[in-house]
Design a protein around this ligand. Structure first.
Ligand SMILES: NC(=O)C1=CN([C@@H]2O[C@H](COP(=O)(O)OP(=O)(O)OC[C@H]3O[C@@H](n4cnc5c(N)ncnc54)[C@H](O)[C@@H]3O)[C@@H](O)[C@H]2O)C=CC1
Ligand SMILES: N[C@@H](CC=O)C(=O)O
Ligand code: NA
Length: 433
């Protein structure tokens, strides 16, 4: 199979390297040689760590799509503008497409998969979610007997790396983010990572293949890690929890929860101990029960591992009748469900609340009364010691599961108390299993 590669950055160069190094083994698996014939790059003269011997370098990615000798176009440019045009162009030209671009699929997946279905070509995207972990294949094929109940995952390597390094080494946020960028983990615009957007792109894709719903990125609740403070990480640790950026997709009687936010997870859970760039995805199926998938979620060769696996899959299935291929999103495109995505206020979770209170009698009574009025059941309440010479104390409350709208109402009332001078910190808490 002849491959045309669009983009020779972190993942593109890893793909060239893995294909070159494991060429023979890959050919023995795929039944045919898979070779990169041409690649497009913005800077043709740039010195690269990877050997490009035998690969024709061109500036214009559209020229690669137009070549009749290219069977598969691999899109590794990123973003959802040029990449969308190129992917649609490749499909229209009858090429199969492999991409690791979650932003593109979460926003334009419906259009892209429809175009591919009409043209009878494949669009493979294992690299788009949790890097090297074969989670798309696992959910779409390995767990296909199950009614998936929920998914909870650490699906952004950059954020997990930042949280781990802040907690373990006490390093400042900005310094760790710069290191994640240097290591090739972060998106071109790292705001996509730290604001939770990249995790929401991936969660959108996971929810679609798990529940048989259309991609609905615009309905996902997205909260990143930029407002997390060292003090909450420390208090959580003291209470037996770790804070992780989780993507959660869950079926309920009323609809589907689709949410990305920092989450307290009991420290004894396996997923709480996933550190650095590693990702982990918990999938609960009705027949299999809980399953956990773990591995590198970002970086050059881990992501290339998924891209090359897709190339092998496409090579194996290229001559098969399109009707007999696994559907792109696991479910037949004409059998998608219109079950609604729940607004965040309707979601149920437990909560960690931290308030800074004036050290006066009756403050705790006021706060607990507000919670009781709103039927919020308190699991534990801790008052931290005031610092030397301070007349304010931190109060930490852990609640039982309750609807988010009740917690928001309680926070509003607590913040209006004269004894509470600053905003209440709210972090969701999930026991998970
Ligand atoms: N870096 C990672 O760990 C992972 C990245 N991804 C996804 O893979 C894709 C690529 O990511 P990276 O390799 O990290 O990005 P990158 O920024 O390292 O590489 C992108 C490459 O595309 C080139 N490019 C940009 N515009 C171009 C154009 N018009 N024509 C030709 N080339 C152009 C750039 O010069 C750059 O070399 C993105 O969609 C990203 O979200 C997915 C999983 C992991
Ligand atoms: N920026 C992403 C790269 C992989 O998808 C991440 O940090 O996880
Ligand atoms: Na993957």
């Amino acid at each position: 199979m002849q491959v045309g590669l669009l983009g020779l950055g972190t993942v593109g160069s890893g793909t060239v390297e893995v294909l070159r190094r494991n060429r023979e083994e890959i050919a023995r698996r795929a039944g045919r040689d898979i070779v990169v014939k041409a690649a497009s790059a913005r800077d043709l003269k740039k010195k690269r760590a990877v050997s490009l011997d035998g690969i024709e370098l061109v500036a214009d990615p559209a020229a690669i799509i137009a070549r009749p000798d290219i069977d598969i176009v691999v899109e590794l440019i990123g973003g959802d503008t040029i990449a969308r045009e190129l992917v649609l162009k490749a499909i229209a030209a009858g090429k199969h497409v492999v991409t690791a671009n979650k932003a593109l699929l979460a926003k334009h997946g419906t259009e892209i998969f429809l175009a591919a279905q009409k043209k009878g070509v494949m669009v493979a995207f294992e690299g788009a979610v949790a890097g090297g972990i074969p989670i798309i294949k696992a959910i779409r094929e390995g767990l296909t007997a199950n009614r998936i109940e929920w998914i909870a995952g650490i699906i952004n390597g950059t954020c997990n790396y930042i949280l781990s390094e802040m907690r373990d080494k006490g390093l400042p946020f900005d310094m760790v983010l710069a290191e994640a960028q240097r290591l090739g983990y972060a998106e071109a615009d790292p705001a996509f990572d730290i604001e939770g957007i990249d995790a929401a792109h991936k969660l959108t894709i996971l929810a679609a293949i798990a529940f048989g719903i259309p991609m609905q990125f615009d309905k996902a609740y997205v909260e990143g890690i930029t407002r997390l403070t060292a003090i909450d990480i420390k208090y959580a640790e003291g209470l037996g929890y770790r804070i992780k950026l989780l993507g959660i997709a869950k079926r309920t009687d009323k609809g589907i929860e689709l949410r990305v936010h920092p989450t307290l997870v009991p420290s004894r859970r396996l997923i709480a101990n996933v550190e650095g760039v590693m990702n982990a995805v918990l999938v609960k199926g009705d027949a299999v029960g809980p399953t956990l998938f773990y591995g590198r979620g970002a970086g050059s060769e881990p992501t290339a591992s998924a891209v090359v696996a897709d190339l092998v899959d496409v090579t194996r299935m290229a001559t098969a009748d399109p009707e007999h291929r696994v559907p792109h999103l696991a479910f037949r495109p004409d059998r998608l469900s219109d079950v609604p995505i729940l607004p965040m206020e309707a979601v149920e979770s437990a909560y960690y609340l931290r308030l800074r209170a004036l050290d006066r009698p009756g403050v705790l009574a006021d706060v607990t009364r507000i919670c009781a009025d709103l039927s919020i059941s308190i699991d534990a309440i801790f008052q931290k010691e005031a610092g030397e010479g301070e007349d304010q104390v931190d109060v930490v409350i852990l609640t039982h599961a309750t609807q988010e709208k009740h917690v928001n109402a309680a926070i509003h009332r607590i913040e209006n108390l004269p004894t509470i001078p600053s905003p209440v910190v709210r972090i969701r808490l999930e026991e998970l299993l």
